[in-house]
Design a protein around this ligand. Sequence first.
Ligand code: GRF
Length: 202
Amino acid sequence: MKAVILISGNGSNLQSIIDHADKIDLQISAVISNRDNAFGLQRAQSANINTYFIDSKIFNSRDAFDNELISIIDKLDVELIILAGYMRILSPLFINHFSGKILNIHPSLLPKYPGLNTHQRAIDACDKEHGATVHFVTEKLDEGPIISQETVQVDTTDTEKSLAEKVLEREHILYPKVIHWYTQRRLKLKNEVTATLDGKKI
Ligand code: GRF
């Protein structure tokens, strides 16, 4: 199945998806970044994947930017859009255009800690467990139907950095697993609100 991956930064999840691509029946048609210095762009180029940088500065609205994104992705004719550390809010225009085809990975056990600084927030709350979530993207930020999660233990000695590293390690296993469910057409979004696997509500 053809997919496009959207990034803004380091791209360690992108790397893991590249490394798993053959095994999970995924063809990465392009990697698109809204930041020209995203290291993930170099990772994609090293894997001979087409890259695009879209500069938000030359668009005067979110819709104008997202229209450009839509036109690039439509031409690529992909069935799946994978957000992997894409740090820009997507417009309803974009989300509705690709409804049911957008996956995101978020570094917390949603619904806990949507938004930023999730690792520090888990430490501040003295949580015993923390983790990552893959979900379908719908109009509400970090609130689309949850598909799968990975949990890590929070140790009293953990810092934001050490916890982020532990969670990322799990993300690199979790995301390819969920993408494979999607490429096998086992995973669907029903009526905008329900994620199903093999026809059963998750
Ligand atoms: C990850 O923690 C992911 O959960 C979040 O952004 C981070 C991206 O890291 N959405 P990387 O760019 O894949 O290394």
